[in-house]
Design a protein around this ligand. Sequence first.
Ligand SMILES: *Cc1c(COP(=O)(O)O)cnc(C)c1O
Length: 426
Amino acid sequence: MIASKNADSKHFIELENHYGAHNYHPLPVVLNRGEGVYVWDVDGKKYYDFLSAYSAVNQGHCHPKIVYALMDQAQKLTLTSRAFYNDKLGEFEKFVTQYFGFEKVLPMNTGAEAVETAIKICRKWAYEKKGIAENDAQIIVCENNFHGRTTTVISFSNDENARKNFGPYTPGFIKIPYDDTVALEKALNSSANIAGFLVEPIQGEAGVYTPDVGYIRKAKELCQQKNVLFIADEIQTGIARTGSLLAVCGNCSCEQACEKQATYTRPDILILGKALSGGAYPVSVVLCDDEIMNVINPGQHGSTFGGNPIAAAVSVAALQVVFDEKLAQNARRLGQLFRKKMNGYIQENKLVKLVRGKGLLNAIVINDREDGSMAWDICLALMHNGLLAKPTHGNIIRFAPPLVMTEAQLLDCVDIICRTLRQFEK
Ligand SMILES: *Cc1c(COP(=O)(O)O)cnc(C)c1O
């Protein structure tokens, strides 16, 4: 561990270690300020943020329009619960459904809750619309998925560390390899009780695994043929991160999700979270059409905070920023530049095996120490050199800066990354 100069930062780290559950392994940096693509530590040192809170801060830290919406609404009305109507929720619901092109929305708070919600809707639809016998519904998921941390969601994870000793697990899930339409077809044919297919268009946590072009489209087609709901978890890939509004938009970089473009694959159920609030507040949603959403009736699902006035106001502002500032287009352009520059580095050096990703969701795979200790050491050195990134799954480092980055800033970051990597070349 690189020792910090300042006693303050040691103090804050000790506080967390002593009083907090040890459910994370943070880099030893203590932040107290953020603006745009930058964060500052308690010593006043400035860093580029190349994690963006796992893609929750796509709009940049403390975006003034989002902060204004938060503060403005906080002074008027914060929470009514859904026992009453309020003047913000309906406006948000209209805005978010039109923005993403669905008839209905169900708002929750965290990503995992939205995934749970999608599973519940899918199962209820299967029993009430598709005619599967109660308790027999199966949902197909992919190996190495990440959909959150609840007991049901970890039930179909194959990350042993995330699962072990949290059982008994929720049944009703079939796991198949990712990016494998043959396996999907086989699973769909294996039973008449398949209700849905839950998939990440790019597997973020697993290490930014980017499937074949055409995988998502083909997967949707296969589901459609079997009257199985195609459920896209775009909590990490959505909201401009991968160079289009949604990863399922494919090759279109406009700030809209629409059927006008040939590359758009419309999910039956779309799950969003993270950047839906630009990192200012926990907001997640499940989007689908009436035919599916109408299986949910009063009392059958809910959340005290879900769709509260602050969440509603913040989310509208956060989505408006994505549109106004053309963040999808910027992510696409800078992503291409980033991979080009990193590929240039890879050609002349040995330490990095490859760079992969889409838009500004990218990762490099380190060609050394499979246990990930090298990736960790590189991240410590990056930190030292003014850039914060985190290893994900062993020897993979994810690079996901805020989408408000400029080209000059990106080139500066490429310079820091390559300079740091060179320190580790043998
Ligand atoms: C982060 C994430 C989740 C979980 O979101 P939380 O807000 O942490 O519960 C689910 N799915 C994907 C793809 C994610 O990246």
